[in-house]
Design a protein around this ligand. Structure first.
Ligand code: NCD
Length: 319
């Protein structure tokens, strides 16, 4: 049984390098089983288990891919999609109380919430595993796992997963408020990587993340020059300017559109570069990129199902 059995997944730092590799390996196993048409076998994995998804912030991919993952494993899902307005939180219920209640409704809970630290608070209250699906500007560990899986798959020959050692990953956009890049940076720092952080000074990567990845041996470049960074990067990880984290619309408008990746930009980048994005995109990747072989973001979203299947199966002790 996996060492992840019965564990909370709050920060990507909760997982060792071996555990991360085990999740990615299990994700590949589920992907292959489904590709071979073994739906019925896969669908026995979590029979009679229940997942609760509780989302206090908007989500399409994360919630639906968790729910799809649970369904593909044969489990069942109970869900509050707009917890802010439609759950008892709107009546003033605390995270602690909802955790005490949800533990009797589900075997595992996936929560997204606008407050950093909210996933930890729920995990402390609930007696069943809690998976953080995004806590404010904090972390988004399951996105980091599917991002790693995608990076390995994009460069892979013949279906194998490529090594992450030696890769140069450029992260572009709102590195201050984007939780996906915080978790992905920490995850990548288990390997020997070069990270280019491309952002205007107002949206720079928080210093605690920079110091953390440097302490693990990653080479870090901070720059505002996206064209130069993409000339040597193997992966360009583009992010949305996180409008909802800005104090005012005016502040947001000052930085909106600061980096736009078009087919022209890709043509001047390192040949074979993979363009990733956690989605949703606003205007930071133009649609003429979508038809290029470099555009990995829809494949990335698809990979979320396999990675979340692996995580659910491991946390619930089925594999
Ligand atoms: C991201 C998030 O919610 O942090 N979306 C996602 O889960 N794929 C990125 C974003 O909202 O910009």
């Amino acid at each position: 049984m996996s060492t992840l059995f019965n564990r909370d997944i709050i920060s990507i730092g909760d997982l060792s390098k071996d555990e991360i590799q085990a999740v990615l390996g299990q994700a590949a196993e589920f992907e292959q089983q489904l590709a071979r048409g073994e739906r019925a076998t896969v669908g026995q994995t979590l029979l009679n288990r229940v997942l609760a998804t509780v989302f206090y912030e908007p989500s399409t991919r994360t919630r639906l891919s968790f729910e799809s993952a649970m369904n593909r494993l044969g489990g069942r899902v109970v869900s509050v999609a707009e917890a802010k307005t439609s759950s008892s939180a709107a009546k003033g219920e605390t995270i602690y109380d909802s955790g005490r209640m949800l533990e009797s409704y589900a075997d595992v809970i996936v929560q997204r919430h606008p407050a950093t630290g909210s996933a930890r608070a729920l995990a402390d209250a609930a007696g069943v595993p809690v998976i953080n699906a995004g806590d404010g500007t904090g972390e988004h560990p399951t996105q980091a796992l599917l991002d790693l899986y995608t990076i390995q798959r994009e460069g892979a020959e013949g279906g194998a997963l490529r090594s992450l050692d030696g890769l140069h990953v450029a992260m572009v956009g709102d590195l201050k408020n984007g939780r996906t890049v915080h978790s992905l940076s920490k995850a990548l720092s288990h390997w020997n990587v070069t990270l280019s952080y491309v952002a205007p000074p107002e949206l720079a990567m928080p210093q605690d993340v920079v110091s953390f990845v440097q302490s693990r041996g990653a080479t870090v470049h901070q720059t505002t020059d996206v064209t130069a960074a993409l000339k040597t990067a193997d992966i360009a990880y583009i992010t949305r300017i996180q409008q909802e984290r800005f104090p005012s619309v005016e502040e947001y408008l000052k930085l909106k559109g600061v980096y736009v990746i078009s087919a022209d930009v890709v043509a001047r980048a390192k040949p074979g570069i993979a363009i990733m994005h956690p989605l949703p995109r606003v205007d930071e990747i133009t649609t003429d990129v979508d038809t290029l072989p470099n555009a990995a973001y829809f494949r990335q979203a698809r990979n979320g199902v396999f990675v979340r299947m692996a995580l659910l199966a491991m946390v619930l002790g089925a594999v």
